[in-house]
Design a protein around this ligand. Structure first.
Ligand SMILES: C[S@@+](CC[C@H](N)C(=O)[O-])C[C@H]1O[C@@H](n2cnc3c(N)ncnc32)[C@H](O)[C@@H]1O
Length: 319
């Protein structure tokens, strides 16, 4: 059983289910829970996670995406002092359930201003008897048509191997949405003239060499809640042959995140965009889940001494 904390709409869980894991989600937002429960085999419980909570069944694996806002370079990077910090609840669950493996995902901003806090999280997991390894993973190297890069941290007690990058050319935005990108209908949203002016100014000010429209011949920029939702200069959009700029639809955003078309999101368009932007791309999650399955099936369980030895020269932080 996989307990999926801060589960969102289930991007990570979809990858895990696709290789045969059973998952249970825990998430505070109703729309995200609804999306999870109506698309996945596992159920998502609507709860506000706090340290010390009894989550029910035993777990071989705990996965989670504690909120990234406290660490995002686009925000204040309050880290531990931010009331949205989910790590106390995550670590508490690992302590209570003692899973064979725990994994969390976050933004690389955790390694900057909050590197000391990151280090203390790693130390706490080590103190619970785990070998802890981290890696920045580029989604594009795992079949996702997007330049997303995220930090993955794995606490384990055996021989863990991060997934190898897939040995093939990257998928492009065109591979994912080429058949629908230029389609318009009465629901299509376009940038207004004043937004076009704003975009032009933004590009000039930020010394943007190439326009930030989606280029179908290469992977997309990172899909985030902000650039799907917000009327900002860096929002994701397609430039149509007639010069108009079309904002991405929910389905286009979902495809760039590698969600299959049968996966339907609940809630308002804004809520759906948030669920998509927050998710771990399911194709990347699938590669991670394969590694977890291999670890559970094959890896010998190490002794405490062996674990301490492996943790000895602490994996250096990147910065
Ligand atoms: C980065 S998203 C997780 C995305 C998810 N792993 C996926 O792949 O779809 C973080 C989620 O944590 C939820 N969240 C934040 N604080 C929470 C709390 N204390 N209890 C439960 N859920 C929380 C947010 O609503 C958000 O959906």
């Amino acid at each position: 059983m996989v307990l999926d904390l801060f589960a969102g709409c289930g991007g990570m869980a979809l990858g895990f289910e696709s290789v045969g894991f059973e998952t249970i989600g825990y998430e505070m937002l109703g729309d995200a829970c609804d999306t999870y429960s109506s698309n996945l085999c596992g159920e998502c419980h609507q709860v506000f996670l706090e340290p010390g909570m009894d989550l029910g069944p035993d777990a071989d694996v705990i996965i989670g995406g504690p909120p990234c806002q406290p660490f995002s370079v686009g925000g204040k990077q309050g880290g531990k002092g931010d009331r949205r910090d989910g790590f106390p609840a995550f670590i508490s669950a690992v302590e209570m359930y003692q899973p064979r493996l725990a994994m969390f995902e976050n933004v690389r901003g955790m390694l900057y201003r909050n590197k000391n806090y990151f280090h203390s999280i790693v130390t706490e997991l080590m103190a619970l008897g785990y070998v802890v390894e981290h890696k920045l993973i580029r989604a594009v190297e795992h079949g996702v048509p997007q330049k997303r890069e995220r930090l993955f941290v794995v606490a384990h007690r055996g021989e863990w191997r991060f997934p190898k990058k897939l040995g093939r050319e990257y998928f492009t935005a065109g591979d994912a949405i080429g058949d629908i990108a230029f389609a318009t209908n009465e629901d299509s949203k376009f940038l207004t003239k004043s937004m076009d002016v704003y975009v032009a100014k933004y590009e000039k000010k930020s010394q943007c060499v190439r326009p930030r429209d989606l280029h179908l011949d290469r992977p997309s920029r990172t899909v985030t809640c902000r650039n799907l939702n917000g009327a900002t200069g860096d929002m994701l959009r397609v430039k149509l042959p007639d010069g108009r700029r079309k904002r991405l639809t929910v389905r286009e955003g979902a495809r760039l995140q590698s969600f299959p078309d049968w996966f339907r999101f609940s809630g308002s368009v804004g809520s759906q965009f948030n669920q998509i932007g927050n998710a771990v791309p399911p194709l990347l999650a699938r590669e991670l889940a394969k590694s977890v399955m291999e670890y559970l099936n094959k890896s010998p369980i190490l002794t405490t001494n062996e674990i301490q030895k492996l943790n000895q020269p602490k994996q250096p932080l990147l910065f």
